[in-house]
Write a protein that binds this ligand. Structure first.
Ligand SMILES: Nc1nc2c(c(=O)[nH]1)N=C([C@H](O)[C@H](O)COP(=O)(O)OP(=O)(O)OP(=O)(O)O)CN2
Length: 366
């Protein structure tokens, strides 16, 4: 399968706006404001960054320069109909000519809603919800902690894929929220095992359960993502299960290709966020794909070489920028984790690299 390496960067801006195309009674027609977070993913060409290894930083700088006119501005002066979709288009136009290979531009107007605009002008809208519930997994081996009754603050992200065909916006986030509301009534403050169809409430079967209940109501639904914990969850699109597990590591490096006088030539460090994505069929007995705990345990020998180490001293990794580091991690992890399909690596929040082979799957909020 063809491997793709995308670099990712994020930036923020504070702005005021009105959305004049909404119905007269809609709250977003009034003057209001948001703390926006934007992100870009790009398959960069060799030689674009000032030196090999500087891609993430150069992308971050290009994005910051692109959105600078929007910071502390009235958006309608720049973008007459400042929906998240149109802001993403505006940013994409600003990046054209400066950044090659832009795959998607994401705009998050609130902590729980946003849009990722792809190169074909499809808007991938997402809306996050939360509920607090108890569960136990009755089919896990004896002694597994998830066999005991416990609980989580679950998060669910509903994704809708819409071909904008030039429209200013896709479906209103309120439509997604209205579709979710009846399910929230059932799931919040419940014991999931008591709900019909959720006798074995793994993240996989919960995402499928939600999909089945919303698909007709929300025809644009493209993925359901369930965060079971802050570090693990599952996506479901009606056919495929994709799970992820997050790990953090603290490491040092120097970028030897950086020119004299550049701080990145000096020994420095990052708090990395690593997200491992796996694609696997459902185990019909256990009701999951791969146990999150097994993902962590099988990756442990690789993790032990990364955490609290100097990355540029690892054999085969003299240049430990996010892209090369993601490739190194794939080379080490593919044997213990053959279901691995994508690696996201952030050296600072929202900024790093994504290495995937096969489908990319949905984006999670930064
Ligand atoms: N593929 C799945 N694996 C696991 C599921 C699941 O639904 N699908 N569920 C569980 C447990 O319910 C557990 O509560 C969550 O697992 P885990 O990520 O291992 O939780 P930790 O708190 O130990 O996470 P760390 O951040 O690694 O400490 C288990 N597996």
């Amino acid at each position: 399968m063809t491997e793709h390496l995308y670099h990712s960067a994020s930036a923020t801006f504070e702005a005021a706006l009105r959305v004049p195309i909404l119905p007269p009674e809609h709250r977003s027609r009034r003057l209001h404001g948001h703390s926006y977070r934007v992100r870009v993913q790009a398959e960069l060409s060799d030689g674009w960054a000032p030196f090999a290894g500087a891609e993430t930083d150069a992308l971050q700088q290009a994005l910051a320069e692109a959105v600078a006119p929007l910071d502390y501005a009235e958006l309608n002066a720049e973008v007459p109909v400042p929906t998240d979709e149109n802001l993403a288009r505006w940013i994409r136009r600003r990046l054209a000519g400066r950044v090659p290979g832009v795959r998607a531009v994401g705009v998050r107007s609130t902590a729980d809603t946003g849009v990722d605009l792809d190169a074909a002008d499809h808007a991938h809208l997402w809306h996050r919800f939360r509920f607090e519930a108890a569960h136990r997994l009755p089919r896990v081996p004896a002694g597994h902690p998830c066999g005991r009754m416990h609980g989580h603050g679950f998060e669910v992200i509903l994704h809708a894929d819409q071909d904008l065909a030039g429209a200013d916006m896709g479906i209103d986030f309120d439509v997604i929220a209205a579709a979710w509301a009846p399910l929230a009534d059932v799931l919040h403050h419940a014991c999931l095992n008591d709900l019909p169809g959720l006798e074995n409430p793994t993240s996989e079967l919960l995402s499928q359960w939600i999909w089945q209940r919303l698909r007709r109501e929300l025809p644009a639904l493209s993925w359901v993502s369930v965060y079971e914990t802050a570090t693990a969850g599952c996506h479901y699109d009606g056919k495929h299960y994709r799970i992820w597990k997050d790990l953090r590591f603290e490491s040092a490096l120097r970028l030897i290709q950086a020119p004299e006088g550049d701080g990145r030539r000096r020994l420095h460090g990052h708090s990395y966020l690593l997200r491992l994505h796996l694609v696997a069929p459902l185990d019909e007995v256990l009701g999951w794909t791969v146990d999150y705990g097994d993902v962590k345990a099988l990756f442990k020998p690789v993790y032990a070489r990364l955490d609290h180490h100097r990355l540029d001293e690892l054999p085969g990794l003299e240049q430990a920028d996010p892209g090369r580091l993601a490739r190194w991690i794939r080379s080490q992890a593919v044997e213990p984790l053959p279901q691995l399909a994508r690696i996201d690596l952030q050296q600072t929040p929202g900024c790093g690299a994504m290495l995937c082979w096969g489908d990319l799957g949905p984006a999670l909020p930064t």
